[in-house]
Ligand binder design. Structure first.
Ligand code: FES
Length: 235
């Protein structure tokens, strides 16, 4: 098939048909933030972080195939504001207080927060508590940290072929479940760990890796307070 011509940020480029806008932008070295997208999983276009503008219309780069005469813009105020709004909404839902999270420093949501300069919660945070499933020998699921990207569900079926993880309910009640909603430890999970590997936040973690692989402070600092163990050194 013949290449097609599109414009990207004002420059004309020739691209192969069949590619998504995200693939083309990646080939061109243009950074596009993503959260639900994870190669080689099938794109699902749910997080809306990868939006770009095409002739005035916002489109998700990960699910939109290139077509002739597209005029893609990746850095208009509309694009940036839309991505930022999505991120602010994600942070306000469930529990994303990074400093208390197991994977702080290794979290894609946190990285995006830094990238977009989020230094406060724009919207009231959603205080509802979701369950923490600690029934599995190796994997912990903390639904409070979940951003519903469904990478875990897709990797469990598309890559591992296990079809253990799924989802139930809709909207803000949506939950990732194992089998027909049984505790993960009682499910047909074979402990492959792929779900923990692709999870962008601290929602699914390998229990054994908690705090490992990171630099651990080993210097002994004596605290000046009787109660507090932090050891800030202040008098
Ligand atoms: Fe494209 Fe989530 S990365 S919609």
């Amino acid at each position: 098939m013949e290449n097609i011509k599109i414009k990207v940020n004002g420059n004309e480029v020739e691209v192969s048909p069949g590619k998504t806008v995200l693939q083309v932008l990646k080939d061109l070295g243009i950074h596009v933030p993503v959260l639900c997208h994870y190669e080689p999983l099938m794109p699902q276009g749910s997080c809306r972080l990868c939006v770009v503008e095409d002739r005035g219309v916002l489109k998700t780069a990960c699910t939109t195939p290139v077509e002739p005469n597209m005029d893609i813009k990746t850095d208009t105020p509309n694009v940036i504001n839309s991505r930022k709004l999505v991120l602010q909404l994600l942070f306000s839902e469930r529990n994303h207080y990074c400093m208390y999270c197991e994977v702080t420093g290794e979290c894609e949501l946190q990285d995006l927060g830094y990238e977009f300069g989020l230094d406060h919660f724009e919207f009231p945070t959603y205080e509802r508590r979701f369950p923490v499933d600690n029934t599995h020998d190796f994997i912990m699921m903390d639904h409070n940290r979940c951003v519903l990207c469904r990478r875990c569900v897709r990797v469990c079926s598309e890559v591992a072929g296990h079809f253990v993880l799924g989802e139930m309910e809709r909207g803000i009640d949506t939950m990732i479940i194992a089998d027909m909603d049984v505790p993960l430890g009682n499910s047909s999970c074979v402990s492959c760990g792929l779900c923990a590997q692709v999870c962008p936040t601290g929602a699914i973690i390998d229990k054994r890796s908690s705090y490992l692989g990171r630099e651990v402070q080993s210097e002994i600092i004596y605290s000046n307070c009787d109660m507090c163990p932090v050891g800030c050194g202040m008098e």
